[in-house]
Each structure stands twice: as structure tokens, then as C-alpha cells.
Ligand binder design. Sequence first.
Ligand code: BJW
Ligand code: ZN
Length: 257
Amino acid sequence: MSAAELDEALDRAAELLCRARRVVAFTGAGMSAESGIPTFRDPGGLWEQFRPEELATPEAFERNPDRVWAWYQQRRRVIEAAQPNAGHRALAAMEELFEEFTVVTQNIDRLHQRAGSRTVLELHGTILSNHCHRCGRPYAEEPLPEQTAPICPACGGRVRPSVVWFGELLPEEVFARAEQAIERCDVLLSIGTSGEVYPAAGLVWRAKACGAAVVEVNPNWTELSSLADVHLHGSAAQVLPELLKRVERCRRAVERG
Ligand code: BJW
Ligand code: ZN
């Protein structure tokens, strides 16, 4: 996409948003890439180095809890040191412009909340909490060991990060709230996701089926590009602040009549 094409696409997206009352930002790992957090399926992403079934499934944890725990501890360190980027901040600022603005995220890093977004639905949980894999009780003891999964004081089970692994159900209430927001939104922004993981990706198809306009922000083409009304070919931290600026400009023009 040339600079002129991106410019024109940004205007089209801003116009859709300018007229919208309810907006959902559906985000994936690419949203946090410019904060230094690796994605999963890009070249150099986490799944190029590690096999998901060896680390991100309940069976993997049951087979080798310490290996899985140590991998998550190392990722926790990266996430704790990271800062929200200009894209996260632009989304937090956008919240002020709409009657309803919901962030539905697949990310586990809490960077949307740290940037100031208030309505954030975490479909895949968060790496910043832990619970017992056996009895489900939250585990909040500090400091956390680096190499061995802690033992639950209540039942003796092993403690794990509160993220959703392959084969596990997404948190029911969070998913239901996400569906509600998706079904009533006027515009859905799909940002930094490959759209390959279900049921999360199905929400974008659902939004489209319910009549929302879909705007995709991604430097690459994805499984969701074919349904996007506008594709903004660029990174989240570059594109979103520019989009925010144009929506604000359009809103001011509308207010002046
Ligand atoms: C940029 C950028 C920049 C780069 N700016 N953009 C239907 C069909 C087939 C399979 C299934 C199905 N339904 C369910 C399944 C099974 C499975 C699944 O989807 N498998 C597929 C992979 C085939 N789903 C599940 O198991 C889910 N549970 C479930 O379905 O329960 C019901 C059930 C129970 C029992 C049996 C069967 C069904 C659970 C899914 C949990 C996903 N968990 C993970 C790990 C979380 C913890 C952790 O971090 O370790 O979640 S996997 C991983 O993928 C993570 C992510 O949230 C998720 C999505 O990835 P995302 O965010 O899209 O990242 P990438 O890397 O794929 O893409 C990055 C994008 O960013 C790229 O497009 C880049 O171009 C772009 N980018 N830089 C903007 N600067
Ligand atoms: Zn327990």
C-alpha cells in the first residue's frame, strides 16, 4: 500500500468512526509488538521458537509444570518491563469520543489498562495473576519462584498463570460481554491480530454479520482482511494516533456544522 493509498484509507476509516456511536477495538499481539513484546505467529514470533502444544496447553503443564512455569516467568519479566505504546494511548484517548468504546483483547499483558482504557475485556486472561490448576483458587503470594511452579497451600496442586491455553474455555462472562458489545457496535477496529485463533476471531465475523463496518490495522494481510471494509496497512503505534487525529478533526467539523 502506497503512502497515498494509506492516506486515503485513513480518511475513509476516520469518516466511518466519525459517524459511529459504539465502537469495539479488537486487539491481538501486534498491538503490543512496538512495546517490545513478541507476537506468536510472525517471523521471529514465539511459536517459531516454541511449540504451542509443549507450552500453552493444560496437558503440557500437567506433563511438566516447572518448564511451563519458567517460560511464563520469563515472559512476565518482559511484560512487566514494557510500557504501553502510542497505539495503546490513542485507543485510550478514543474512548472519550464515543458513547460506548470497548476494548476486547486477546492480549494478556494489561497494557491497555496501563494506557488508561477503562472498559477492557480480556478474552485470554492475564499473565499478571496466578491460580491453582487443580482447585482454581487465586494465588497471590510474593515473591514468585522463577523455575518451579508454586504449590497451592489449599490443595497441594500446582499454581499456573491465569491465561487461557489451547483446549480451555474462555471466561464465560467476559466472552458474553464481548459478544454483546460486538453485536451492537457500529465500527469494529481489528488491530494486530492474525485472526487465526477461535473463538476470539469469530467475534470479528460476528460483528460484520451484525452490520458493523470493519477496519483492520495491520502491516500484513490476515485471515480477517477479506472481510475488512478498510485495511490500514501499517503498525498500531503509527496508524492509531493518526486515525485519532483525523476522527477528532472530523468531529470538530461536524460540531461546527
Ligand atoms: C502488527 C504489528 C504491529 C505485527 N502493529 N500489527 C475452530 C476451528 C479450528 C480450531 C478451533 C476452532 N475453535 C477452537 C479451536 C481450537 C483453538 C484454536 O483456535 N486453534 C487454532 C489455532 C486453529 N482454540 C482454543 O483452544 C480456545 N479454546 C476453545 O476453543 O475452547 C473450546 C474448546 C474446548 C475444548 C476442546 C475444543 C474446544 C482457546 C484459545 C486460547 C489461545 N491462547 C493463546 C495463548 C495465551 C497465553 C499465552 O500468551 O501464552 O492466546 S495462543 C495465542 O494466540 C494467544 C493469542 O491471544 C492468540 C491470538 O494470537 P494473535 O494475537 O492474533 O497473535 P499472532 O501472532 O497470531 O498475530 C499477530 C498479528 O500482529 C499478525 O497479523 C501481524 O501481522 C500483526 N502485527 N506487528 C500491528 N506493530
Ligand atoms: Zn489448589
